[in-house]
Design a protein around this ligand. Sequence first.
Ligand code: FE2
Length: 386
Amino acid sequence: MSNHVQLPRVMEIGEGASAQVATILARLGCNSPLIITDKVMVDLGYAARIGAVLEEAGISYAVFSDTVPEPTESSIIAGVEAFRAGNFDSIIALGGGSPIDSAKAIGILGKFGGNMRDYKFPRDVSESGVPIVAIPTTAGTGSEVTRFTIITDDKVDEKMLCVGLGFMPQAAIIDFTLTLSVPPRVTADTGIDALTHAIEAYVSRKANPFSDCQALSAMRLIAPNLRKVYHTPDDKAAREAMMLGSTLAGMAFSAASVALVHGMSRPIGAFFHVPHGLSNAMLLPHVTAFSIPEATVRYAECARAMGVVSQDTNDDVACQKLVLELQAINQELNVPSMSEFGIDKARYFELCDTMASQAIASGSPGNNPRVPDQETLVSLYHQVWS
Ligand SMILES: [Fe+2]
C-alpha cells in the first residue's frame, strides 16, 4: 500500500528565512505579488519588512490587510476584489493561520471564481490556484504546508473545510524570528493547536509511516517547549523548536488527517467565536480520554514522545499520564473553561445537536480511532461543558 503526500515545492527554514522572499518568488517565476495579511502584521512592521526585501529586489507589490480572524466568506470576497484590481501573478500570505487560510481561498476564487461553498469538502480542489508563498508568524496552524483551508459561511455560522492540492502553497518560509513578539495568549493557543495536529495525525485512522515520522518529531519538539514560550517569549531556542514542530505537525496532518478534536472544535469556533487553538485546547484532554480505549498503544507512544513518561512505562499508565499532562498544560497556560470564556450555557446546549451534525459532516470525526455517532457526539459536547 502507498500513501499520497503533497508538500510545497520550496521551503526555506530557519532564522532570517523571510529575507529570502524575493529569491523564492523569482524561483517560482513570479514578480508581481499581492501581500495578503492583517492589520496586526502591518502595525508590527512585518508587512513593511517583507515589502523592503521586495523593493530592494525591484519587485512591485501591494498589500491587502483586511483579512479577519477565523476568516469569513465576506472577508474573502473583499480579498478577491483586491486581487483582481491589480495585475498580480502571485500571493505572499503573511501572518497566523487566518491570513494564510484567507490567501488560499483568495488564490482559488481569484482565479476560478464561484462561491467558497462550491469548493467545500468532500470536493477535491485539485485546480492550480494563484501561486502562494506562505510566511507564518505563529507556531502554529501549520497552514503553510497543508492542503486545507477553513472558511466560515457567515450567513449560517458554518466553518467549511476545503481540501485539495489547489490550497497547497507553492512555497513556505519558516522563520521563527517572526514569532518572537507573539503575545502569550496567542502563543499558547496556537502552540496547543500544533500539539493537537501532531497527536491527531498520529492516532488518525489515516496515519501512515510518513505522517508518523513527522507527528512524533513534532511532539518531541513542541511538548518540552510549549510552557517555555508561554512564560519566556524571547527564548529563541524554544521559539525555533516550536516553529519547526508546528510545520512538521502541519505536514503530518496534511498527509494523514486531524480527527475528533478538530471536528468538534470548528462548530464551537463558528457559533461562539472561540479562537481555533483555544477551542481545541478546551476539548483536547476530554476527547483524548474518550478516544484512548480504541488506540491505547498509539496514545501511549504520544506520551513517550512528549516526554511525559519514560520509554519503558506501560501503555495504560502512559495514557493516564498523557491525559493528566494535557490537563496540566491547559491549567498552566490559563486556558479558560467554556463558561469562563463567556459562552452562553443555554445557547450552547441548544446548539449541541447542530454542532454534532456539522462535526460529522466535516469528515474529521470519522478519522478518529473511536468514532462517535450523532448521539454520542451530542453527549460528548454535554460532557465537555462540565
Ligand atoms: Fe488546527
